[in-house]
Ligand binder design. Structure first.
Ligand code: F6R
Ligand code: MG
Ligand code: MG
Length: 368
C-alpha cells in the first residue's frame, strides 16, 4: 500500500467529434483507453477511468507523481494525439481541435487541453466527485462551488458540523490579468462575490478547508481563445471535489446543481443558457449545440484505485432541475440574436462576430 500522497489528475480535450460537435467516436475512446491501460501496466498510473461528455474526452487518472508531472501530462498528450489521429482518419469534425501545438512541451497547460489536479493524503475513506461540463466555460463552476462551500442553504454542514464551521478559503483567478487572490469565508463573503459574480473573467480555481488546510476542490481554468488568440471552441471545464467528513457531503455537493443556473457557451460559444445536469449517456448536446451539460461521476479512492463510478445525475432527483433548465432554454432561445441570450459584445471578441463587424465598419457615418 502506498503511503505517498496520491494525485487525482483530470485532463480533458476535444480532439474531434461525431457528428459536428456532439460526441467523441467510440474508436477514439478505445485508443485512449489502450494508452492508459498500458501506462497502468507500466505503473505510471495507479488507475484510470475514461469519460466522454459531449465532444470532450476526459482522462480521470490517479498516480503518485504529483501535480504537473511531465510524465502524466505527456501520457495525456499522447493519448489525445492518438484519438485525434482516429478522428482525422474518419474525417470527424474539428479533428485535433484542442491540440494547439505539434509538439509536447512538458505540461499540457497552455497547449489546449483542460486540467484539474489535486494531490493529497488519501483519507481512511476518500469520496470524490468529478464534474465535467460541455458547451460552456470555467466560470460555470463559480456559482455551484460558492453554494457547496459557502452557502448554508445548500450545505447545512457549514452550520451544524464543527469540522466545517470555520469555513473555507477560496482561490480566485483573474483570467484576463493572470493574477490570483484568496478570500477567507465566511468573513470575506461579500469581497468574494464582487469578483466571482463575473464568471467570464474571475474563476474559482481552488477551495481549501480552514480547519486542516486540506485542498477540497480544484477546477480547470484554461481559456482556449486566449491561448490561440482566436475562437477554437469552448473551454468545457472540469472540476474535482473531495467530499464528506469535514468537507461538504456528496448530497450537499450535488444539491448545488438542483437549481439550473445560466452559463456562457451553447451555440458558437456565444450564448447564455441553463446548465443541464445529465447522466453521461445523455451528454449529447444536439439542440442549438447545447444546452450546456454537466455530468458528475463519483468515485471512492482505495489506495489509489478508482472504485466506481456512480453516475450521479442519472438520478430521478434531478428530473425537475432538467425540466426547469429546458423551460429556461425555450425562453432564452426565443430571444434569438438579442442580448441577454446572445453574449454581450465584449465577450464575443474572440468569436467570428468581429469579422462581420469589420466588414460593415465603412457603412458608419458620423451623427450630425
Ligand atoms: C461550441 C462549438 C460549436 C461551433 C459551431 C460552429 O463549442 O464549438 O457551437 O461553434 O458548431 O462551428 P463551425 O464554425 O466549425 O461550423
Ligand atoms: Mg467540438
Ligand atoms: Mg466540448
Amino acid at each position: 500500500m502506498e503511503t505517498k500522497p496520491v494525485t487525482l489528475s483530470v485532463i480533458k480535450a476535444d480532439v474531434g467529434s461525431l457528428v459536428g460537435h456532439v460526441q467523441a467516436h467510440p474508436d477514439m475512446l478505445t485508443v485512449v483507453k489502450e494508452h492508459l491501460a498500458r501506462a497502468t501496466e507500466d505503473q505510471l498510473l495507479a488507475d484510470y477511468h475514461v469519460a466522454n461528455v459531449g465532444d470532450d474526452i476526459e482522462l480521470i487518472m490517479t498516480h503518485y507523481r504529483g501535480s504537473d508531472s511531465e510524465k502524466i501530462h505527456g501520457l495525456a498528450w499522447d493519448a489525445f494525439m492518438a484519438a485525434a489521429e482516429v478522428a482525422r482518419r474518419l474525417k470527424l469534425y474539428a479533428a485535433g481541435q484542442d491540440l494547439l501545438s505539434d509538439a509536447f512541451s512538458g505540461n499540457v497547460k497552455g497547449m489546449g487541453p483542460g486540467v484539474a489536479e489535486i494531490t493529497f493524503n488519501e483519507r481512511p475513506s476518500e469520496p470524490v466527485v468529478v464534474f465535467m461540463a460541455d458547451k460552456t466555460d470555467p466560470g460555470a463552476w463559480n456559482l455551484p462551488l460558492y453554494k457547496m462551500f459557502a452557502d448554508p442553504f445548500t450545505t447545512i454542514g457549514l452550520v451544524i458540523d464543527p469540522k466545517m464551521h470555520d469555513g473555507f478559503i477560496f482561490e480566485v483567478h483573474d483570467l484576463v490579468e493572470h493574477k490570483k487572490v484568496t478570500f477567507s469565508l465566511p468573513e470575506e463573503l461579500y469581497d468574494l462575490l464582487v469578483f466571482i459574480g463575473s464568471p467570464g473573467r474571475y474563476c474559482i480555481k481552488r477551495v481549501y478547508s480552514k480547519k486542516n488546510g486540506e485542498l477540497a476542490a480544484a477546477t480547470s481554468t484554461q481559456r482556449l481563445n486566449q491561448i490561440a488568440g482566436r475562437y477554437v471552441g469552448k473551454d468545457d471545464p472540469v472540476c474535482i471535489v473531495r467530499c464528506q467528513n469535514g468537507l461538504p457531503a456528496v448530497g450537499e455537493v450535488l444539491e448545488a446543481f438542483a437549481e439550473p443556473h445560466l452559463v456562457a457557451g451553447w451555440m458558437r460559444g456565444s450564448h447564455y443558457g441553463p446548465l443541464l445536469p445529465v447522466a453521461e449517456a445523455d451528454s449529447r448536446p444536439t439542440r442549438f449545440d447545447g444546452p450546456a451539460r454537466v455530468v458528475a461521476l463519483g468515485f471512492q479512492l482505495c489506495n489509489g484505485r478508482l472504485v466506481g463510478p456512480v453516475d450521479f445525475f442519472a438520478d430521478k432527483g434531478f428530473d425537475r432541475a432538467r425540466e426547469k433548465a429546458l423551460e429556461l432554454a425555450d425562453y432564452l432561445r426565443r430571444l434569438g440574436p438579442f442580448e441577454p441570450h446572445r453574449l454581450a459584445l465584449d465577450h464575443l471578441e474572440y468569436t467570428t462576430l468581429p469579422l462581420v463587424a469589420e466588414k460593415l465598419k465603412g457603412r458608419f457615418q458620423p451623427i450630425e
